[in-house]
Design a protein around this ligand. Structure first.
Ligand code: NAD
Length: 267
């Protein structure tokens, strides 16, 4: 039995299969991770753009840097489509195996690959949250990216004060919104749902995370403590080696189709 057949067997035997993903699963969609070479933190300083306060201070001191960062993000997200890693998880849900998907990603690609009820512990870039009353509203991704592109406009025409126009006003209190993403130092979202999914898992597949951003990084340990089998898929290291039942040293986009194929052959 090769490692893909072993994973397929674990999936077949599972009552409650859960997946936990990080930035690595979207790397093959062209979205840079934070910590890999060439990742976001190689190009930008997390103190300047990784916190809400940092962004406000940078916008005032270095508006050109904020414009450059946002333009790069818009261009990356415009091109990003789900890759075979995302589609593999979509297929596992469609086949009735995957019961919950917890992601640290904010890119909406799991939903685009067909997964429902995704637990987004770090929020979503395509959702706005009112700064006054907290009400959330989903945004149309294409419209939001087009609006951002036109607002960021040319270098000379860029006015940092107009960034508040990027997001829609709250439909209830008309307050200003911010992206509904979790920045460094902020509380994670949907933690009870994530904890409950992890604690109910009997098999958890961990894909594309370096496991350093807590509290999300603790979810595989929580599952393991309740006797779940942990499988890790990551091409650069076995970050959960102390609790791992099976480690697959491959990119998610290569591994997931092979797992789905192995499953189909065993059904
Ligand atoms: P990370 O950058 O710390 O680690 C990414 C991991 O993915 C690394 O271990 C790397 O080896 C692995 N990886 C790289 N290519 C891969 C591939 N093709 N298949 C599988 N694994 C691959 O990311 P993290 O652990 O998710 O933590 C960073 C935080 O940054 C997250 O909380 C997330 O919110 C945020 N983030 C999100 C996105 C996104 O939404 N796509 C992108 C960057 C960062």
């Amino acid at each position: 039995m090769d490692e893909y057949q072993k994973l397929a067997q674990l999936i077949l035997d599972a009552d409650n299969l859960v997946a936990f993903t990080g930035a690595g699963i979207s790397a093959e969609s062209g979205i840079p991770t934070f910590r890999d070479p060439g990742g976001l933190w190689d190009r930008f300083d997390p103190d300047e753009i990784g916190t809400a306060g940092g962004i406000v201070a940078t916008a005032l001191k270095k508006p050109g840097l904020i414009r450059e960062f946002l333009l790069q993000m818009v261009e990356i997200f415009e091109k990003a489509k789900p890759n075979p890693g995302h589609y593999g998880l979509g297929a596992l849900e469609e086949m009735g195996f995957l019961k919950a998907l917890i992601t640290q990603n904010i890119d909406h690609l799991h939903q685009e690959a067909g997964n429902n009820g995704v637990i987004e512990v770090h929020g979503s870039l395509f959702r706005a949250r009112c700064l006054s009353c907290g009400r959330r509203q989903q945004m149309n991704k294409a419209e939001f990216l087009a609006r951002a592109k036109s607002l960021l406009g040319s270098h000379n025409g860029f006015e940092v004060g107009r960034l508040t126009e990027l997001l829609p006003r709250c439909p209830v209190c008309k307050g200003i919104s911010r992206p509904d993403v979790v920045m460094f130092g902020e509380a994670v979202l949907m933690l009870p749902e994530a904890n409950s999914a992890a604690e109910q898992a009997d098999v958890m597949i961990v894909l594309g995370t370096s496991g350093v951003v807590y509290p999300a990084a603790a979810l595989p340990y929580q599952a393991f403590e309740r006797d779940a089998k942990i499988i890790e898929i990551n091409p650069t290291g076995n970050y959960y080696d102390s609790i791992c039942e099976l480690y697959i040293d491959a990119p998610a986009g290569e591994a997931m189709p092979r797992v789905v194929d192995a499953l189909k052959e065993m059904l």
